[in-house]
Design a protein around this ligand. Structure first.
Ligand code: NOJ
Ligand code: NOJ
Length: 423
């Protein structure tokens, strides 16, 4: 039988040449795209670090205060939110742990964390409405006393986990004295509070629903468990036993968040107050795993987490026009699909979280699609707000949101690890 070919015999050489040049061109375009992403990332990481530093210890506040954003109106984010502060300080803690590359040197990083410890002492002693569950403080360290969704119990849990890592770091070089004197009292306050609150409903990280939340619970469990280990190291066996018991109770409560039929993780359950229009599926679930690294409970490869990511991806693709307009880029993620804050839009920190999720799984190409999405919406000069308009893609809400930059840096750190493993 005659072979059917697109080329006659004498055309073969020409065809091969065409084919080879096509491969070369495609390969070149691809590596050019990758090179563009790499060079953007290397500029943007410098920018991110500078912008975070600009939002720490503002001139009109005390050292260690972390502004959520310098924006004073529409929205007013000129406060120290405990959650945001702990997540931002994670960057400097990673530097001390050798898990991220920054321009700041280690001494600077250590000083920034000590400032945060001192600021926390003021917070902990300041009169407030919901004690250590108080979500936000003025830059002088005093609690905000206006109406707000409180308590928010992920804050003290994230803060305790951060200071526990700091204590463990100082103990590596024989810092028993300083840890016992200057750090443990601050940590113990947060841990006692968290340990007592484990069965109490609180407002979620988005400050909207009072109930039980996967994010809050996982951060509590992480703090209590690592706190138990530290208490033991410091010789407080009774304290360690109590912390471990509380950690185990929280762990058993986490199973309430599993939708067994559909194999999904439900973020918000047992609502008692606040927003009641939510289905319960929320990007906070991905953040919970990223921020605690409780891999023994939910790993990056857990099918229930994968299914939840896929479900959210589908929803965000459906509801945000920018996802349909630029389908080659990764899907811009919001907080949850029913969100109405600023009319409900994708956020940088949630989209970056999905990039980080894929990098941690070693899926670099997938992670890069989300990075490309972020790159597409970030201002030319590298500034990053909280959100991007779901229709136009332009940035919106709080300018220079400190947490957006921190989310960028942790995503890039995960990318670096994935790239180094591939080599
Ligand atoms: C301000 C909160 O910070 C935000 O998370 C929330 O969506 C709005 N208030 C609306 O409740
Ligand atoms: C609103 C977000 O929902 C909340 O998580 C955050 O803590 C504050 N803004 C401050 O950035």
């Amino acid at each position: 039988m005659k072979k059917i070919s697109f080329f006659t015999k004498k055309d073969v050489g020409m065809g091969r040449l065409l084919f080879i040049s096509l491969v070369l061109v495609l390969g070149w375009t691809q590596s050019a795209t990758a090179a563009r992403l790499d060079s953007w990332i290397s500029q943007q990481r410098i920018m991110a670090e500078e912008q975070i530093l600009a939002n720490i210890s503002p001139a009109d506040g005390r050292p260690g205060a972390v502004l959520a954003s310098p924006s004073r109106r529409d929205p007013d984010y000129y406060y120290h939110w405990v959650r945001d502060a702990a997540l931002v300080m994670d960057i400097w803690m990673r530097q001390l742990e050798g898990r991220i590359t920054l321009k700041s040197d280690r001494l600077e990083s250590e000083q920034l964390i000590w400032d945060f410890v001192e600021f926390t002492k003021i917070n902990q002693a300041s009169p407030s409405i919901s004690y250590l569950g108080e979500p936000k403080y003025y830059v002088d360290g005093q609690a905000y006393l206006g109406p707000w969704g409180r308590p928010q119990n992920d804050g003290p849990a994230l803060r305790a986990s951060l200071f526990i890592r700091f204590a463990n770091h100082l103990l590596l070089s024989g810092g028993e004295g300083v840890v016992g004197r200057a750090l443990w009292p601050v940590i113990a306050k947060d841990l006692n509070y968290v340990g007592q609150q484990i069965t109490q409903p609180s407002f979620d990280l988005w400050e909207e629903v009072k109930g039980d939340h996967f994010y809050t619970r996982l951060t509590m469990r992480a703090a209590l468990r690592s706190g138990a280990t530290l208490a033991q190291r410091l010789g407080d066996n009774a304290g360690a036993a109590w912390l471990q018991t509380q950690a185990d109770i929280v762990e058993s409560l986490l199973s309430q968040h599993v939708d067994h039929g559909r194999q999904l993780i439900v973020e918000n359950i047992n609502r008692v107050e606040g927003a009641n229009y939510k289905s319960g599926f929320d990007t906070a679930t991905i953040l919970a795993v990223l921020h605690t690294r409780e891999q023994a409970i939910v790993s990056w490869f857990d099918p229930r987490l994968e299914n939840t990511v896929r479900l959210l991806e589908h929803r965000f693709h459906e509801i945000y026009p920018i996802n349909k307009n630029y389908p080659a880029l990764g899907v811009a993620f919001g907080r949850y699909s029913e969100d109405v804050y600023y009319n409900g839009n994708p956020w940088f920190l949630t989209t970056l979280a999905v990039a980080e999720f894929y990098y941690l799984r070693g899926e670099i190409a997938k992670g890069d699609q989300y990075m490309e999405r972020v790159r597409f919406h970030v201002a030319r000069d590298g500034h990053m707000s909280e959100q991007m308009d779901r229709h136009s893609g332009y940035m919106l809400s709080a300018a220079d949101l400190t947490w957006s930059y921190a989310a960028f840096l942790t995503a890039v750190a995960a990318r670096d690890v994935a790239l180094s493993k591939r080599k």
